[in-house]
Design a protein around this ligand. Structure first.
Ligand code: AMP
Length: 626
């Protein structure tokens, strides 16, 4: 199958710190570089007095605009504001997050001089829309469909919110898959016709996943078990470094920067850079000018110190590996390959601990750890849209659900209907009855997690059944049905069966977006896109006039003008330059008028034939719209 003529679907790895997009082309997966030529794009969105920035441009100004530069939104999506993890993160983020209605976190920024609120879904949608645009520019056509990856350990609420974000970005989600599974697809296609058990160790900027996956000769990829931590990654290592330096600066230099967001932001950027360096070198220096009170700092940082401040976190990464092997009923020897995925697997200590755990086995780094997930998503996107060769079409994927699903029963106990590591899609039903005399309302509180005590797990939402006849305890019966689709998203329904009245109610998640909210966000996203485009046009027009003026200025002497005309034009050029400096927000029309004014003034002078021709071609070549 060639796929020619079909609208391509893309694969997006929506990462905590970086995102990556891919597409199937010329019988291969292509990782698409962004407008800066980078194959991964920072998952950053920034707001300032004039514009909204997404990606590299947002990250590049983060240190100077810390309170309005949003990152890490993947740590927030689908969580409640009161969530312990969110509360902890909020203390570290330079931007403001508050609890909104339904305990949903809202991100507060100042944009064009006004205070604005955004949900995590909206910020995520801006990153997704950026990745969509990157692909559209590359392909020269619109893109509407995508496979999007999520951490294997994401719960239902986090998955649903990610899907909502995609909708707001104008993307139809063909499938949502787990990140390590996507990496395994990339690996399986690389190792065509091999039968093996693979352990994917995936640690990026904010999340950590481990999956044990079996691949057979026919291209069947079966996830056997998965584990990890949705809140552990490179940013935690950066935070430890920041904490270390804040203390050192206090101790050695008697300066306290712990509440100086700008200084902390700059320090964080330098720490992340130094962290990457000590993955290859054994030591480096962090030089920061004017960090606080006009003081410059030159701080030594060694790999040993990096390991010391993070050792407990590195060790924490090894526990889920052993658990995952136990869940898959395998031992270390049955693993043929340990595949490294995610930027943080470049840390030598992480590699060393993992290698020791597997009794010295060498680790597989054949696939680029930054791109493996997007690579696999691109393959699946090709398959689901009917593209790709036989190997792609032959791939068959059986994924699993990472967390047990059930509801609360008497005594705050968790009644599990679908245990974790169950293959998906799946459907489970059970029958219940009323537990009180004359009960006319039944609530099913749906939880996800592994604790026996239901309230210690994550409350996904409540299902309320009412309107059935009152009867003695135990006489009214219900059927509850839990269904997980291929995206790993849960649908719960319940039916009262005793009176013959079938009543099915779909669960609404705590904090999940309503249809109206999504529609409003789509409208807002369109408005922001329009504003961004208008701003870009204005900037380009400004640059175009600036270019025109400087080119005319450069060719003045060659125009054969008399002294008076030369002086006149020189003066006019100086005025135009001044006007440009004073009017950075000039509208396109005004800029066009200024250009014509300067052109007319030139043509009124006595010009040589060649000068006229070159002026005309200059005038035509400087376009305001690009
Ligand atoms: P990912 O989400 O897979 O793009 O991984 C991003 C994370 O990997 C960030 O926290 C980076 O700081 C981290 N990272 C990237 N390269 C390196 C490296 N050479 N050494 C240590 N960490 C790295």
């Amino acid at each position: 199958m060639s796929g020619r003529g079909k609208v391509p679907a893309i694969g997006i790895d929506l990462g905590t710190t970086y995102s990556c997009v891919s597409v199937w082309q010329h019988n291969n997966v292509e990782i698409i570089a962004n407008d800066q030529g980078n194959r991964t794009t920072p998952s950053f969105v920034a707001f300032n007095d004039t514009e909204r920035l997404v990606g590299d441009s947002a990250k590049n100004q983060a240190a100077y605009n810390p309170t309005n530069t949003i990152f890490d939104v993947k740590r927030l999506i689908g969580r409640r504001a009161s969530d312990e993890i969110v509360q902890k993160d909020m203390k570290l983020w330079p931007f403001k997050v508050e609890a909104g209605s339904d305990d949903k976190p809202k991100i507060l920024v100042t944009y064009k001089g006004e205070e604005k609120e955004f949900s995590a879904e909206e910020i995520s949608s801006m990153v997704l829309a950026k990745m969509k645009r990157v692909a559209e520019t590359f392909l020269g056509s619109d893109v509407e469909k995508a496979v999007i990856t999520v951490p294997a350990h994401f719960n239902d609420s986090q998955r649903q919110s990610t899907k909502d974000a995609a909708k707001v970005a104008g993307l139809e989600v063909l499938r949502m898959i787990n990140e390590p599974t996507a990496a395994a697809i990339a690996y399986a296609l690389e190792k065509r016709a091999c039968e093996m058990n693979v352990l994917v160790f995936d640690i990026g900027g904010g999340t950590f996943d481990v999956s044990v996956i079996s691949i057979d000769r026919e291209g069947h990829i079966q996830v056997k078990a998965t584990g990890g931590d949705t809140h552990l990654g490179g940013e935690d290592f950066d935070n430890r470094m920041v904490k270390h330096f804040v203390e050192e600066i206090k101790r050695k230099h008697k300066e306290d920067i712990s509440s100086n967001q700008r200084a902390l932001g700059r320090l964080r950027v330098h720490c992340e850079r130094a962290k990457r360096i000590v993955s290859t070198a054994v030591q480096t220096r962090i030089d920061i000018d004017c960090l606080v009170n006009g003081k410059d700092f030159s701080l030594k940082f060694t790999r040993a110190k990096f390991e010391e401040v993070n050792m407990d976190l590195f060790n924490k990464c090894m526990e889920p590996v052993e658990q995952c092997l136990r869940d898959a009923n395998m031992n270390k020897d049955s693993i043929d390959e340990v595949v490294l995925v995610g930027g943080s697997t470049r840390i030598p200590k992480v590699q060393q601990l993992l290698q020791e755990l597997f009794n010295g086995k060498s680790l597989c780094q054949n696939i680029n750890p930054d791109e493996a997930v997007a690579h696999g998503a691109g393959i699946l996107a090709a398959q689901l849209s009917g593209m790709g060769d036989e190997a792609v079409q032959g791939l068959e994927l059986i994924d699993i659900t990472p967390l047990s699903l059930g509801f609360k029963v008497k005594g705050d106990l968790m009644y599990v209907l679908i245990p974790r590591n169950s293959p998906i899609p799946t459907k489970k039903e059970d029958t219940f009855c009323t537990s009180f005399e004359n009960q006319t309302v039944v609530n099913f509180d749906v939880y996800q997690g592994e604790r026996d005590k239901a309230s210690e797990n994550y409350l996904l939402g409540r299902l309320e059944l009412s309107g059935f006849p009152s009867a003695p305890r135990g006489e009214v019966k219900f059927n509850a049905c839990f269904e997980i689709d291929a995206d790993g998203i849960l649908n719960v329904s319940a039916r009262e069966i005793t009176s013959g009245v079938n009543k099915t109610i779909k669960i609404t998640h705590n904090g999940s977006l309503s249809k109206e909210e999504i529609e409003k966000m789509i409208e807002d996203a369109e408005r922001y896109k329009f504003e961004d485009e208008a701003h870009l046009k204005k900037v380009m027009s400004h640059i175009a006039l600036d270019n025109f003026v400087s080119k005319v200025q450069a060719s003045l002497k060659k125009m054969g003008l008399n002294e008076k005309d030369l002086k006149d034009l020189d003066h006019q050029i100086a005025e135009t330059i001044e006007w440009l400096d004073e009017n950075p927000d000039a509208e396109e029309g005004e800029l066009e008028d200024k250009k014509t004014e300067l052109y007319n003034l030139c043509t009124q002078k006595k010009l040589s034939h060649e000068a006229k021709a070159s002026l005309n071609s200059l005038f035509d070549s400087v376009n305001f719209e690009r």
